[in-house]
Design a protein around this ligand. Structure first.
Ligand SMILES: [Zn+2]
Ligand SMILES: [Zn+2]
Length: 276
């Protein structure tokens, strides 16, 4: 069974471990190599067990550890053309032998079939990803850092077994919060981050009988709380008729995964009593 573990998610770093039938793939490396190794160790994994690193985009909270991790552990890197060119221009540089993640077809690596869809965000070419385990056919969709849901995404995210989606900010907490006006505009803008309301609408559009679990991710520590994010999506799911007790919010500072679908030894993710 496909297993999903969020090693950490938020503006201070993102990394998600996907374990297929035979191999592991890491999506994003927004932590330094010491933290990555520590969080992998906490769930009984070693960096040498990672078969590939896939980046959603070049922002530091997703890619700061990528170049060093690829050099240190020999991970092959996959990313969109824009992300690779942005990395090449950065001080850390782009690892040698990085592979272009095609947008018009799937890319096969390490037993996974990966499809990337460009999403609107203030990065060079940010992508949402669907990873399909070639052995089991199970599919996980990951959409982190997007200002709004582009028209192609609901179709790309059909028939998922597991969904991880950004639920960055509560609209009211952001508006009333301490950030300067320009930063509030950037976050809530079309190239910023997904609000709880937008995430809830997208999640309920993706919900279907075969969807086993949903993890809300990249929650702002200033402009959101797990309770705000979870209750908004829970209400939307209730209206859509999805009745599983399998909605969680990821932590920033420790590895977590939904019970039954993640590695051993993870922290419990945040979950409300859903009361369906
Ligand atoms: Zn970003
Ligand atoms: Zn981010």
């Amino acid at each position: 069974m496909l297993r999903v573990t969020v090693l950490g998610s938020g503006s201070r770093g993102n990394a998600i471990l996907i374990e297929g039938a035979e191999t592991c793939v890491l999506v994003d490396a927004g932590f330094g190599v010491r933290t990555l190794a520590k969080r992998l160790h906490a769930i009984g994994k070693h960096p040498s067990q990672i078969s590939a690193l896939v980046l959603t985009h070049e922002h530091t909270d997703h890619a700061s550890g990528a170049a060093q991790a690829c050099r240190k552990w020999g991970w092959p890197l996959f990313a969109s053309r824009g992300t690779l060119s942005a990395l090449a221009e950065s001080t850390a540089g782009c690892p040698l032998g990085a592979t272009l993640l095609a947008l018009d077809r799937s890319t096969k690596t390490a037993g996974f079939d990966i499809r990337a869809t460009v999403v609107p965000h203030d990065a060079r070419e940010c992508t949402a990803l669907v990873l399909e385990d070639e052995r089991s056919g199970e599919r996980v969709g990951i959409a982190l850092d997007l200002g709004h849901v582009p028209s192609a995404l609901p179709d790309a995210f059909r028939r998922l077994d597991f969904l991880i989606v950004e639920s960055n900010h509560d609209e009211r907490l952001l508006a009333d919060g301490p950030y300067p006006w320009s930063l509030k505009q950037r976050i809530s803008g079309a190239l910023g981050h997904l609000s709880n309301g937008a995430a809830a609408a997208f999640v309920s559009a993706c919900a279907h009988r075969g969807l086993r679990g949903i993890m809300l991710a990249h929650l702002s520590e200033t402009n959101n709380t797990p309770a705000h994010a979870l209750s908004r999506t829970r209400d939307a799911l209730r209206r859509s008729g999805w009745r599983r007790d399998a909605l969680w919010a990821a932590h920033q500072t420790r590895a977590c995964g939904p019970q039954g679908t993640s590695s051993l030894n993870t922290s419990a993710p945040v979950q409300l009593l859903l009361g369906f």
